[in-house]
Design a protein around this ligand. Structure first.
Ligand code: HEC
Ligand code: HEC
Ligand code: HEC
Ligand code: HEC
Length: 377
């Protein structure tokens, strides 16, 4: 019989589904009979847990994890597994320790977890009556598992599911045989039970096997693992590419945000038709055409003064001023439309407004007294 102490689902935030499917399928292929609900298994919530386990023929038992929304047990409390005529009753419990709950996301997982001790005291008599050996998959630390074994009699074998270190020497706590294989499938606790010719249990022969280089790789599993890694890498590359795109888009958005001129057609014209009609007759409304006529409409040296709000233009010849900001529009003189107040403070004209473009070089004849009346609406 092959059992697992729980926590098969990954908590990786990315490629999670891919990895979880791979893990569970592999457990089935490796011949696992049963596992239990671990803290990481419910990290993504009850629905995700159910979806993943529904995809595989892998039994999962737990006597103290409840679906919060229904109050029902999340999975079967136990299962009876018969091997060579011997009946094993396998149940599982999850540590309900509060710190684990808050640290590891149980609080929001949609489950409630009952006291392992209370649940087991109620369950074990029923289970013992139905089987020869009781196996408890205890998803908790060694320390808590010890306390549990000391206070709850009736468990024959206890698999410690949440202890990073393995134990290389076998041990018992109050008559309960502990199997402590450590984490991440690096070791297995290979405990062989021996019976006499009448089928009466004699003893167990404990062994801890390191799944290192000395254990030959299973060819079919190795291939599957390789395929999985390739798929995961593909996903990561896709993700990196899409993130780069997002960053680029955000960068661009931030750039265009700096130039938030609304443009006359999109904004001012609908409320200020009179000023608009007048403006249309001024040279400002033709300023971009002037550049086009001279084949200079992509020359950043010229665009600064012959368009609206184009203060920071690339100097590499690649500029393309959007249609709605061509010519010297309202916002060139009155300022960005987003700052339009209704209290008379917006758009006040000063001589400096003109001098930014009408400098000595480009507008040597500029004289406010003669120029201003030509643009005042
Ligand atoms: C510093 C701002 C500024 C820059 C830069 C600028 N211009 Fe002008 N441009 C003006 C102003 C202001 C006038 C109007 C001058 C006046 O009449 O007093 C003008 C007028 C002109 C006229 C005359 C329009 C007409 O029909 O009377 C042409 C042509 C012209 N610019 C082309 C260009 C070209 C080409 C460039 C780039 C090489 C350029 N400008 C760069 C501000 C500028
Ligand atoms: C060349 C600079 C310039 C441009 C371009 C310009 N205005 Fe004006 N605008 C003025 C001046 C000068 C006044 C007179 C008031 C002042 O001196 O502050 C004025 C006044 C106004 C007023 C106040 C009411 C009035 O008519 O006196 C409104 C509204 C207005 N402009 C809207 C617009 C709109 C809309 C556009 C674009 C279609 C526009 N302006 C383009 C310079 C400009
Ligand atoms: C939703 C309508 C609306 C839009 C759009 C609008 N304005 Fe106005 N604007 C007003 C009103 C209302 C006033 C208050 C003065 C008045 O009664 O004309 C005003 C006043 C002004 C004034 C005079 C200063 C002041 O605060 O009274 C200027 C200049 C002006 N607008 C320019 C613009 C420009 C430039 C745009 C486009 C970027 C624009 N407006 C878009 C409604 C609008
Ligand atoms: C964003 C730059 C810019 C600003 C700001 C600007 N101008 Fe101009 N102005 C120009 C350009 C460019 C021309 C030439 C347009 C063309 O003919 O192609 C021009 C042309 C003119 C002309 C026509 C000149 C002629 O000989 O026909 C007058 C008048 C004028 N501007 C007045 C003003 C006044 C007054 C102000 C300030 C209230 C002002 N401008 C602000 C860029 C600007």
């Amino acid at each position: 019989m092959l059992v697992d102490g729980g926590g098969s689902l990954t908590r990786k935030d990315f490629e999670r589904e891919l990895t979880d499917r791979m893990n569970l399928k592999s457990m089935v292929e490796l011949g696992y009979d049963v596992t239990t609900v671990g803290v990481g298994d419910v990290f993504m919530g009850v629905d995700y847990f159910r979806e993943r386990f529904a995809e595989v023929e892998l039994k999962v038992v737990s006597a103290n994890v409840y679906d919060e929304s229904t109050g029902e047990l999340l999975v079967e409390p136990y299962v009876i597994i018969e091997k060579a005529g011997v009946k094993f009753g396998v149940t599982g419990v999850l540590d309900n320790n509060a710190s684990i709950r808050t640290q590891r996301g149980l609080e929001s997982a949609g489950v409630t977890v009952a006291q392992p001790k209370e649940v087991l005291e109620a369950l074990l008599p029923e289970l013992e009556a139905k089987c020869d050996h009781v196996v408890l998959l205890a998803h908790m630390s060694l320390k808590l598992a010890r306390v549990l074994a000391e206070s709850v009699p009736g468990v024959d074998y206890l698999v410690v599911g949440l202890q990073a270190q393995k134990s290389s020497s076998p041990f018992e706590v109050e008559g309960t045989v502990f199997l402590q294989p450590g984490n991440r499938g690096q070791f297995i606790s290979d405990y062989r039970l021996m019976f006499d010719s009448d089928g009466v249990f004699q003893q167990y022969e404990p062994n801890t096997v390191e799944l290192g280089n000395k254990v030959p790789a299973d060819a079919s599993m190795a291939l599957k693992l390789k395929e999985h890694k390739l798929l995961a890498e593909g996903l990561r590359k896709e993700r990196a590419a899409s993130m780069a795109k997002e960053r680029e888009a955000a960068r661009r958005a931030a750039q265009t945000d700096e130039v938030t001129c609304l443009g006359v057609e999109a904004s001012c014209v609908r409320c200020h038709t009179e000023q608009y009609d007048h403006w249309k007759t001024t040279a400002h409304a033709q300023a971009f055409d002037t550049l086009q006529r001279g084949f200079q409409s992509t020359n950043p040296e010229c665009l600064r003064c012959h368009t609206t709000c184009q203060t920071e233009l690339a100097q590499n010849g690649s500029v393309d001023v959007p249609d709605d900001l061509r010519n010297v529009q309202c916002e060139s003189c009155h300022g960005i439309g987003t700052e339009h107040a209704r209290d008379g403070s917006y758009g006040v004209i000063r001589v400096e407004t003109c001098l930014g473009c009408h400098d000595e070089d480009k507008s040597p004849d500029f004289d406010l007294a003669t120029y201003l009346p030509k643009v005042t609406h």
